[in-house]
Design a protein around this ligand. Structure first.
Ligand SMILES: [Mg+2]
Ligand SMILES: [Zn+2]
Length: 209
């Protein structure tokens, strides 16, 4: 993915965040802003991560677009509402959102493709890294499904599986399912617990003087 020549220096650290089941209640088909329900502790967790210098990047499969239930502008409206909710609840909005609108068997023809961005493929993370200058090897992925963990692993990130969503659900339809032996680097109850792991891992012991 790397190319020579000018471009952002990959030095920023990111936390890549799945949306449904990590930031908000997973409602299967979330198509309207008023269906957004922020999970407990999420605003404070995002604030803590941002304060520690992490870029917060949401990476989300949104097959609702491929199914024609909402268009891409509708997804953006949901994310703008989520931003406002997070701030209203004392947190911070993520830096940016990347979402995959595709599905291999989409009902909307223009979205019917085995794209590179639908997790477990790492395309969303790789695009964000390139556009935002993120050092993937020093970044984290937090997701509630092994498809998220696989995308993070394939991008070279450290991975945390949270148990606040659909970790027991069957895998997504995908041309290249995760290796059944793949495990996350950590498991955590929810995003606040994952945040404690990340902040603990991010601050190595001070060298004795
Ligand atoms: Mg999820
Ligand atoms: Zn895609």
């Amino acid at each position: 993915m790397s190319s020579p020549g000018p471009g952002p220096v990959a030095e920023r650290r990111a936390v890549f965040l799945d949306r449904d089941g990590v930031l908000v209640v997973d409602r299967d088909w979330l198509t309207r802003p008023d269906e957004v329900s922020v999970l407990p502790g999420v605003p404070g967790a995002l604030l803590a991560l941002a304060s520690a210098g992490f870029v917060l990047v949401v990476v989300s499969n949104q097959a609702v677009v491929a199914r024609g239930l909402v268009d891409e502008n509708g997804i953006r409206a949901i994310h703008e509402h989520l931003d406002r909710e997070l701030v209203r609840l004392g947190g911070v909005a993520p830096s940016t959102y990347y979402f995959c609108p595709h599905h291999p068997s989409a009902t909307v023809p223009e979205y019917r493709t085995a794209c590179d961005c639908r997790k477990p493929r790492p395309g969303l993370l790789l695009r964000a890294a390139s556009e935002l200058g993120i050092d993937l090897g020093r970044s984290y992925l937090v997701g509630d499904r092994m498809t998220d963990v696989a995308a993070g692993w394939r991008a070279g990130c450290r991975t945390i599986l949270v148990l606040s969503g659909r970790h027991l659900a069957p895998p997504f339809e995908t041309p290249d399912p995760p290796d059944p032996d793949l495990r996350p680097d950590w498991e955590a109850e929810d995003l606040p617990a994952a945040t404690r792991i990340i902040l603990g891992d991010a601050h190595p012991h001070h060298e004795p003087r």
